[in-house]
Design a protein around this ligand. Sequence first.
Ligand SMILES: *Cc1c(COP(=O)(O)O)cnc(C)c1O
Length: 387
Amino acid sequence: MNKQILLSTPHMGDRELEFVKEAFDTNWIAPVGPHVDAFEQEFCQVTGVSHAAALSSGTAALHLALQLIGVQSGDEVFCSTLTFVATANPITYLGAKPVFIDSDRTTWNMNPDLLREALFNRARTGKLPKAVVIVHLYGQSADIDPILEACNFYEIPLIEDAAESLGATYKERSPGTFGHIGIYSFNGNKIITTSGGGMLVSHDPELVAKARFLSTQARDPAPHYQHSSIGYNYRLSNVLAGIGRGQLRVLSDRVAARRRNFEIYASALGNLPGIEFMPEASFGHATRWLTCLTIDPTAFGADREQIRLVLAEQQIETRPVWKPLHLQPVFAESECIGGAVAEDLFAHGLCLPSGSNLTTEDLERVIQAMTAFHNHLQKTHTPLFIV
Ligand SMILES: *Cc1c(COP(=O)(O)O)cnc(C)c1O
């Protein structure tokens, strides 16, 4: 029986346990403490942002980001459609409505032309959104400059969901540090993890101070417990921040390992008919958090779902590319601007096992399974069945 090869699993370095032990030894077992402060400072050094607040999840960070920008019930927020549901859920926590925007083919991220056009049309009818949320998908930055330019022109704050793209670059800088607020995630499947956790960053110290305030139950400065606004319990634990400090020290190794996975897959599978890998945009460096490809079923002889099932039988976990949010039942009523590109990427896109801890043998098994399936299809001339 082969061991299971999973999509993306945690990969600890050498220092995490040391930092966790320090938290135990000093009894800082609380959502406050020296690791939380140090994790924030070290995160700023790594990403080049000025201020950061460590939180319990990326979703919590998005929730606070939207609230800090003033998103309220009835507002509209423009949001990438090709993403994980956690990008849009916090919009609805505040009673606001997401309006989804399609991707472009070169980055798989929000199409800047479509955004500019949509803002132009909305400005004419006086119905501009309260904020724009862009996603940096699968380790690749969106094309930030034209997006930021369009947002700035209409004075719409930009929130960057960089949950999947810590370690990437856009013109030598970290995606997540360009807009009003950026967020990151340290969930178990991300490039570095604290088991669960998130970070909210901004160049504006007041926004980040306010995020810390709201994340710790919005307690006014008074000797007794006094509250003038509604807060949340969203702060990161000092124990988990210790894990985060250890993980930050190996971030560049993790990026290199995931990029190496990609190189190995691309050179072994890139020539199979109908297979195309997610392109790397010229403006930066992708982390290849997940190696993603698209399958043209006519050329390959099987579609992405048939490939996924064949690999699953061999204990290899792959996943379809995110189902666009405008196709999700929960957002059936939401407006989407464009959508055909994201739909096509979902229909044909597959994510391969991509962990930084995969062995050469693991990668070889995935490659073997794909090529063997392709050879089998060629031999049997299996009549094509498109689902
Ligand atoms: C993982 C993820 C999130 C949510 O982060 P959590 O820490 O799991 O709450 C948000 N957006 C995207 C694009 C993600 O991949």
